[in-house]
Design a protein around this ligand. Structure first.
Ligand code: MN
Length: 240
């Protein structure tokens, strides 16, 4: 999706175009790709289900517009690239990103990352009734490597606060050890991990579009409230 289409989409949404948007397709989506195009996965819960911690308007704009732009741009980049790349799994493109042609490398890093990260992020959150608790396995590894669940949360927040500008903080497990990582922009921990030893358990989006409408510049407050929407069942299931 180019910038003009993106602005047009935003304007339609702005005039109450929810119903309109549902029935309408943008040109980028109508385009026939020679491969199975990437489609952003919508959150599995209603967009107001994370209120009051993550507000409905943020979820709406973030999932319906920002996420879709990443997916569409990834499709456009793959369409231009050698067709062999579109046949590979996105995770494979991440793992081998350093060996991709320069143009595609940038697109996979930015738009591929944006597509995958948001699919993952929606699953890291859920309404309270579906959150559950950290599994015994997850609890054990967090205690082993951070001292306690509370220490993990404190260190995760510190990392997320320390992302300069846009990016993500992640909880990963690598070779049996839990670690907190920070990435810039839409980079994720799978990129360049050719040994496939990284399991991504949790990610938090600290791009301003994830919190600015409700929290403005108060990223720390957003990160404190984030724990109210964390889906521990999902995170626990990522630990294999
Ligand atoms: Mn985002």
């Amino acid at each position: 999706m180019d910038r003009r289409n993106f602005i047009k989409t935003g304007t339609l949404a702005g005039i109450g175009g929810l119903a309109l948007m549902k029935g309408m397709s943008l040109s980028a989506e109508n385009r026939h790709f020679g491969f199975t195009a990437y489609v952003p996965e919508a959150p599995a819960y209603p967009l107001d289900a994370l209120e009051p911690f993550v507000d409905q308007m943020t979820m709406d704009i973030h999932s319906r517009l920002h996420h879709k732009a990443y997916s569409n741009n990834l499709n456009a980049a793959l369409e231009k690239a050698d067709s062999k790349f579109a046949q590979l799994k996105l995770e494979t493109l991440f793992e081998t990103i350093d060996s991709l042609p320069a143009d595609l490398q940038t697109a996979v890093r930015n738009h591929g990352g944006g597509h995958w990260n948001h699919n993952f992020f929606w699953k890291c959150m859920s309404p309270q009734a579906e959150q559950g608790q950290a599994s015994e396995l997850l609890s054990d590894i967090l205690v082993k490597d951070f001292g306690s669940l509370e220490n993990f949360k404190t260190q995760f927040k510190t990392a997320a606060l320390g992302v300069f500008g846009s990016g993500w903080a992640w909880l990963v497990v690598k070779k049996g050890k839990a670690e907190i990582l920070k990435t810039a922009n839409q980079v994720n921990p799978l990129m360049g991990q050719q040994d496939k030893t990284v399991q991504v358990l949790l990610g938090v989006d600290v791009w301003e579009h994830a919190y600015y409408l409700k929290y403005q510049n108060r990223r720390a407050e957003y990160l404190d409230q984030f724990w109210n929407v964390v889906n521990w069942n999902f995170i626990s299931a990522q630990l294999k």
